[in-house]
Design a protein around this ligand. Sequence first.
Ligand SMILES: Cc1cc2nc3c(=O)[nH]c(=O)nc-3n(C[C@H](O)[C@H](O)[C@H](O)COP(=O)(O)O)c2cc1C
Length: 155
Amino acid sequence: MARLLIVHHTPSPSMQTLLESVLEGARNDEIEGVEVVTRPALGATVPDVLAADAVIVGTTANIGYMAGAVKHFFDTVYYPCLTDTTGLPYALYVHGNNDTTGAVRAVEAIAKGMSWERHRPPVSVIGEVGRDDREACWELGAVCALAALERSGEE
Ligand SMILES: Cc1cc2nc3c(=O)[nH]c(=O)nc-3n(C[C@H](O)[C@H](O)[C@H](O)COP(=O)(O)O)c2cc1C
């Protein structure tokens, strides 16, 4: 069974909506053989990451950066996972109320430092969550579930 890990910071209804859309995409009936595991960023562990075949990170933009909880996640897993997760496919969704640039840059920089492979461009949502945003998150979930399937087949 392939495993898709979703590490998320979900402090509000808008973030919950995005997470639910990602989950619906990842768990859609067309994809079989993928276990989808969700972890709040403060509860995600090194074994969670080592067992993952793909990762989705969901964060708010906070003071021009990723959420502190997501930073804590990366601080926790960086060195313990550095040698064993090279090439791990990952994707990002981010929500802010005015500018998500810094948050995207920060996540992409640390993921690059870990030699993870960006599987697709980030879904960045500003302000009220609309239908297009929900669809983009659904698609993000679906393609990352397929990426997990593909990587697990390679191992
Ligand atoms: C301390 C703090 C800092 C924030 N900094 C940013 C920021 O730099 N850029 C931004 O777009 N939104 C910022 N926000 C807004 C959050 O990203 C937003 O509240 C979060 O995505 C959840 O959205 P919601 O409040 O509309 O549900 C900040 C919010 C807080 C509480």
